[in-house]
Design a binder for this molecule. Structure first.
Ligand code: FE2
Length: 311
């Protein structure tokens, strides 16, 4: 099996064509890749990591232990399929921040996460333009496709996966594809567990200090007319070590209309209307995703197509 793609973005200066090819191959064949020298200072990432760990220890670890006790998740005998072994909270940045409403964050933590979000937003937009270039779309096409009336939706899910005594009975996070656009993940540099499905096999996404893991969500699959795929992934809880995961989701605005880019639709597909992908308002897709997250993406696309036909 080919090696998980790790791409040094610094090589865009000097070895641009080869680096663009690596990104293209990763988008076409993996739906995932990891980037280094992505422009976010490594010392800054260390600060994000230590604040995240402190916050977990101080504010959420106890709550998670209580949840485990109340749901009797310790010493499981049978597999649990309707819950995950994860402790999370969600920060929304765009269109409006909810940061002020999040309890227990110190002022410094709030400030650092705000700055981190700005850096990630910039990186997401740079990556979208690299994708445009590889797809033969004009610069800014994907950003514009996501924009809607008020700009993109952007948020961060901060997760911790504490050590789990029975990882064969409960997943850290059950298999799913991401609904949104492009996802940027700052994952634990030591404790692994994230896997993606490639050619029917689960493949590890290797922990790598200071990297950002990138994956493509359902909306990019639709806009690229399936040239790029939104790939299934999951987190296996570990018996040793607490895994930290900070995943940021750069997605369309709620009223953005999502559909395959005309330049990527073959003539016959258009004429015979046999394309696979629907046209819809992003918010409508999210309503469906809310109830069908842990199911395959295809029925979601089908359901949106059926609505489009009756609209
Ligand atoms: Fe995900």
């Amino acid at each position: 099996m080919a090696k998980f793609p790790v791409i040094n973005l610094e090589k865009l200066n000097g070895e641009r064509a080869a680096t663009m090819d690596l990104i293209k191959d990763a988008c076409e064949n993996w739906g995932f890749f990891e980037v280094l020298n992505h422009g976010i200072p490594y010392e800054f990432m260390d600060r994000v990591e230590s604040l995240t760990r402190e916050h977990y220890k101080k504010c959420t670890e106890q709550r998670f232990k209580e949840l485990v006790a109340s749901k009797a998740l310790e010493g499981l005998q049978a597999e649990v399929t309707d819950m995950d072994w994860e402790s999370t909270f969600y920060l929304r940045h765009l269109p409006e921040s909810n940061m002020a409403e999040i309890p227990d964050l110190t002022d410094e933590h709030r400030k650092v996460m705000k700055e981190f979000a700005l850096k990630l937003e910039k990186l997401a937009e740079e990556l979208l333009d690299l994708l445009c270039e590889n797809l033969g779309l004009e610069k800014g096409y994907l950003k514009k496709a996501f924009y809607g009336a008020k700009g993109p939706t952007f948020g961060t899910k901060v997760s911790n996966y504490p050590p789990c005594p029975t990882p064969d009975k409960i997943k850290g996070l059950r298999a799913h594809t991401d609904a949104g656009g492009i996802i940027l993940l700052f994952q634990d540099p030591q404790v692994g567990g994230l896997q993606l499905l490639k050619d029917g096999e689960w493949v590890d996404v290797p922990p790598l200090r200071h990297s950002i893991v990138i994956n493509l969500g359902d909306q990019l699959e639709v806009i690229t007319n399936g040239k790029y795929k939104s790939v299934e992934h999951r987190v296996i809880a570990q018996t040793d070590g607490a895994r930290m995961s900070i995943a940021s989701f750069y997605s369309p605005g709620s009223d953005a209309v999502i559909y395959p880019a005309p330049a990527l639709v073959e003539k016959e597909e258009e004429e015979e209307k046999k394309g696979l992908y629907p046209k819809f308002v992003f918010e409508e897709y999210m309503k469906l995703y809310g109830v069908l997250k842990f199911q395959a993406k295809e029925p979601r696309f089908e359901a949106m197509k059926a609505r489009e036909a009756t609209a």
